[in-house]
Design a protein around this ligand. Structure first.
Ligand code: G3P
Length: 193
């Protein structure tokens, strides 16, 4: 299983990158806003100099056309940029159009296997089940990873399963055992801190 860092903080990303463990980076509007004064585009481009792998940049439009337009824009920032869209029907429309243009997407805010199946069929490169938030409402987040991995294996689907909303190191190991392709984690999940 690959490890991505869930952060837009350049110091954190530089530190984790220096350990040699990073295969990619995920960001979201909250993480970007935390870096006060930092410009979105230059932050993503700076991250691309630190990590050679997929870097997720999230759209904020509510409609598929708006997400698609944002995606077309972000994709020009760097070849490693992956367009993050929500797991909604409008998000599916954007994924489908972006995939036809050869642009990779990360479908985020996935809370059930039906969303994961539809995202994959629309052409998603990555699906991001939110295991911590699923746990928060009394459902089995790791069970969701197992379901999606089984659904994808049965269907011969190559969309990567990325465990997101990871809260602690045990989540990381359990996601790897469950067959996730990637886990994205905040730096505070590392056992050295
Ligand atoms: O990876 C998704 C993450 O940014 C949200 O995590 O802990 O707020 O549910 P959390």
């Amino acid at each position: 299983m690959e490890l991505y860092i869930d952060s837009a903080n350049l110091k954190e990303i530089r530190e984790a990158s220096s350990w040699g463990i990073l295969s990619g980076v995920t960001t979201n509007p909250t993480l970007i806003a935390r870096e006060k004064g930092a410009d979105f585009r230059s932050t993503i481009q700076e991250i691309a100099t630190l990590v050679d792998g997929p870097i997720s940049a999230e759209t904020v439009s509510l409609d598929g056309d708006g997400m698609y337009k944002e995606g077309i824009d972000y994709a020009q920032w760097h070849p490693n940029v992956i367009i993050k869209v929500p797991s909604t029907t409008e998000g599916l429309k954007a994924v489908y159009k972006l995939a036809k243009d050869g642009i990779r997407t990360n479908v985020t805010l996935c809370f059930n296997a039906a969303q994961a199946l539809m995202a994959a069929r629309a052409g998603a490169f990555i699906i991001s089940p939110f295991i911590g938030r699923v746990d928060d409402v009394g459902v089995d987040g790791m069970g969701l990873i197992r379901e999606i991995v089984a659904v994808y294996e049965n269907g011969g689907i190559t969309t990567k399963v990325l465990a997101a909303s990871v809260r602690h190191p045990r989540h990381i190991i359990d996601a790897a055992i469950a067959g996730a392709d990637v886990a994205t984690c905040p730096l505070k999940c590392s056992s050295s801190r």
